[in-house]
Design a protein around this ligand. Structure first.
Ligand code: ADP
Length: 159
């Protein structure tokens, strides 16, 4: 049985917590779409193409992963891709409430799509794009939190 998954997020920018979740998710599905949300309301630091490029750079050798951008309803996107598994990462207890609500709403929109929550390795659970950006802005070392390509893009942004 061919299983298709979708992992949505803002990825502004991708970090080692996301990468950990993606590597785990590829063990559960045959094809994984990483869906980068436009999220203009979040005022992202990187535009959609930049965020997509940083993910592509990390996973270019993995043919089971495809990076796409979206600005429509996630459930509609999942249906158009025949994705039946929605991947989400859980970091901290505070993620739970939001994720719980989102799952409930998505299930009412489409009960065929199953949400799977994954947790990253302990040392990656606390990583968030916002903290990575803040540390980079202040000139700190982000090599434990993201890859070299993203680190150089962040340096360029804050030059
Ligand atoms: P969002 O704007 O949806 O929070 P993010 O890019 O921040 O988008 O995250 C996308 C997904 O990755 C979410 O499910 C989020 O919970 C998960 N995630 C982010 N950081 C981590 C981490 N350090 N460990 C596990 N999951 C994470």
């Amino acid at each position: 049985m061919n299983r298709t998954g979708i992992y949505p997020g803002s990825f502004d920018p991708i970090h080692k917590g996301h990468i950990d979740i993606i590597n785990r998710a590829t063990k559960l599905v045959d094809k994984l779409y990483i869906a980068v949300a436009d999220s203009p309301h979040k005022k992202p630091l990187f535009n959609l193409d930049e965020r997509k490029e940083m993910i592509d750079e990390e996973f270019s050798n993995n043919s089971s992963i495809e990076v796409i951008a979206f600005d429509n309803l996630l459930i509609d996107l999942a249906n158009s891709l025949n994705a039946e598994i929605l991947i989400r990462g859980l970091r901290v207890v505070s993620d739970f409430e939001y994720e719980f609500q989102m799952l409930g709403m998505n299930r009412q929109l489409d009960s065929k799509i199953e949400t799977v929550f994954l947790m990253a390795d302990a040392q990656r659970q606390s990583i968030s794009s916002n903290f990575v950006k803040e540390i980079a802005r202040l000139g700190g070392d982000i090599s434990n939190f993201t890859n070299k390509f993203v680190a150089s893009k962040l340096r360029d942004k804050y030059k």
